[in-house]
Write a protein that binds this ligand. Sequence first.
Ligand code: FPP
Length: 233
Amino acid sequence: MSAPVHIAIVMDGNGRWARARGLARTEGHKAAETSIHEAVSWCGENGVGFLTLFAFSTENWSRPAAEVTLIMSLLRSFISRNLPELQRKNVRIRATGRIEALPAKALADLRGAVEATQGNTGLQLILALNYGGRAELADAARRIAAEAVSGSLDPASVDEAAVAARLYLPDVPDPDLVIRTSGEKRISNFLLWQSAYSEFHFPEVLWPDFRKEHLDEALKVFSSRRRRFGGLG
Ligand code: FPP
C-alpha cells in the first residue's frame, strides 16, 4: 500500500473534546500535542514526505483573547519540547501563512525552529499559522500585480504555473490526502488552491483522540480511491 506523499490535516474537535470532559476548551488544545506527536511519528514510519497541520487560521483571531494566547504559547512549548527529537528524526519544520503577524515571541521561536532544521532531509512538518487559502491567493495576486506594474512580468503570460509559483511554499507538492477530524465536512479556507485534486477523509474522531490507528485507517481509505485528476483514470 503506497502512502501519500503529502498529508494535510485540519486538527478539529479540541473544544468538543474538552467540553465532553467538563474541561475548559483550552485543555483540548493542550491535549492536541500528543496527537501531533503521533502523526509526525506515523508519517516518518510510513515514508510520507510532507505533513501540513492547520494550527491557526486567519479567522481564528476572532476567538477569545485567552484562547488565542494559549494557542500561541502552545506553539512555543511544542517547539521547545519537541525540537531535539524532531532534529534527531531529521524532520524539517516549515511554516505557511501570514506568519509575520504572529506575536513576536511565537514568531521568533518559529523562525528559530525553521532555521535550525532547514538542512534536515526527512519529513517536512509544515505548520499553517495565521493561514487562509484566500489570503494566500490574494497575496499571490498582489505579487503578480506588482511585478506586472514594474514591467518584470507580462500580464498575458500569467497562467496557473505563475500563480502556483507565488504561493507561500511553491516547492511543496499539493496534498494527496486532506483529513479533517471531528466529523465536520468543510474545507474552511485550508489549502484552497492546492487541494483541487486532493482526496478528502473525514473521520469522526476528535483531534485530541487521534492516534496512529486513525492514520492507518486513512491510508486504507486513500488506497481504495481511484484518483483521476479530471481524466478517466
Ligand atoms: C480546532 O479545534 C483547533 C484549533 C483552531 C487550534 C489548533 C491548535 C493546536 C492543535 C495547538 C497549537 C499548535 C501547535 C503546532 C502546537 P476547535 O477548537 O475548533 O474545536 P471545536 O470545533 O470542538 O470547538
